[in-house]
Design a protein around this ligand. Sequence first.
Ligand code: FES
Length: 311
Amino acid sequence: MDMATINDSLDNVIGRVERAEFLDRPADALANLVGTWLKPGPVKNLLSGTGTGHPAHPILILLPLGSWASAFFLDFVGGKDDGTATAARRLIVIGNLSALPTALTGLSDWADTQGAERRVGFVHAALNVTALGIFTASAAARATGARKVGVLTAALGMGLVSASGWLGGHLAYARGVGTDTTAFEVAPTDWTDVAALDEVTDKPMCVDAGRVAVLLVRHDGELRAMSDRCTHRGGPLHEGTIVDGCVECPWHGSRFRLSDGQIDRGPATRPQRGFEVRVLEGRVQVRPVADPGSLRSEPVTGSAGTKERAS
Ligand code: FES
């Protein structure tokens, strides 16, 4: 089987999951429940990874997956002595315990998704919960001396978490869950005229700065601008509210400081891209703060394969 055929088959599988509307009912019910209990604030910040600059879930995954995988390899290449059996059993238990906080971070991230992403995330979670049950059974079997059962169940659990990991990879790398949604935004590096000065009030407005939507607002006598697309899941910030010198996203409640775009409250983990503002002859102009990211400074645009520098 060649690479294209494998890729095509996997795409087929994921496409079916992404379009499986029958998943919406249970998935939406669970997401609503999570949303009811987990409001924006310190706990949501912690589970999101807001203070670390990246989502917490992909980091925590290392603990259960690393422990389970180590036990799996010990089972098959570590020999049959008691020391190896004890080490494998302890690793399974560590994996099971660390799966709980890891699951909470994933649940928090997942509850903020919609549509295809929510369906894939639901299946990802279901596989993980099943795998955790199997690893728990493996630990119990090992504790009672039934090592063979423990080994076989752990192997089954590894198969399930591998499939689940592939779905998680699809969410992050193909669907951009957890990725800064403005990472590919390319704004002109020169000053761009966006509005008349008297149009800008203390009510946020959205202006077009050469293919990039920019939030523009007057606050405490200063003109402020930042990317309008929320870095979390792309919410339109100009539809949000101004609270304590911040704009609050209308979708999941992240707050970004108007002065510099930094995060005041999650679930966002990345700050908003800032724009400088100046007034020239009654017109407001904006210019993005310099960013060394290659996809922003050397984007691929226009016809396929044409690479242009941002002008
Ligand atoms: S899109 Fe989620 S907080 Fe803005």
